[in-house]
Design a protein. Sequence first.
Length: 275
Amino acid sequence: AKSAGRNTLRFFDPTMQALVTQRTALELELRHGLARDELVLFYQPVVDQDARVVGVEALVRWQHPQRGLVAPLAFIPMAEQTGLILPLGQWVLRVACLQLVSWSAQAATERLTMAVNVSARQFRQPEFVQQVLTMLRQTGANPKRLKMELTESLLLTDTQDAIAKMSELRDVGVRFSLDDFGTGYSSLSYLKLLPLQQLKIDQSFVRDVLTDPNDAAIARTVLALGQSLGLGVVAEGVETVGQRDFLLQHGCTRFQGYLFGKPVPIAQLRLGGAD
Ligand code: C2E
Ligand code: CA
Ligand code: CA
Ligand code: CA
């Protein structure tokens, strides 16, 4: 009777039922959205000390016929859970590679790097490396221009497997950046084991870098760590000149944030230099 009661309660819980229905509807819609080509990549510039654009990060959005432009946080977690992240991730990679190919035809853009976000589920697939290599070959994109952003938790769950995959891709020129650095585990010893080229200071530390001494200390520590390990450091979420100057003073050479440009569709991307 006890367990029946619990089941009954669960089954008739209207909020839970509504959540399940919503989730299923959204999943189905995303499945259709992928098939109907409703996803779009926005690009956010990454700049150097002189505010010159050196690359972009590709950030996915869903141009939904009724809901409008949907932010990734509204569907990426669901896509991770349902496995839709696999076709979605392949789509992102293809579009990003094709964009690199189109940039490679002009001197002004041929050296730009394209960073794509890779989800844990995507990276953990045994076929991950082969899929990336196939995509590079099929599109003709230069692997040296491609950067993959990984998160700490992803690298810590099976570090040996991660090292093997990253090494194989690094051998053809693909580079790796550690996203949201500082927000997860604080084990630093694994950092030097990984074939990484870059750390990204999470925007949660950049936001209050001028007012919160703890955030300032973390930002300085990441910059010093990058220096001693021979890794580049990019600061994300830079919105003010004050934040940029602080980071610059402590050795940061790559910046990303609204101060330099929001994520925009390709037609609105201003790569600078000419003006
Ligand atoms: P993320 O990789 O940490 O991306 C940075 C987020 O910060 C982006 O949010 C970007 O629009 C936002 N941002 C950039 N500069 C500023 C700034 O100056 N101020 C503020 N307040 N925000 C800034 P977005 O585009 O909503 O993406 C959210 C997250 O969704 C990403 O976080 C990433 O984890 C995930 N995501 C986006 N695109 C993809 C994708 O293609 N594949 C996967 N697996 N995840 C993706
Ligand atoms: Ca990222
Ligand atoms: Ca980030
Ligand atoms: Ca994030």
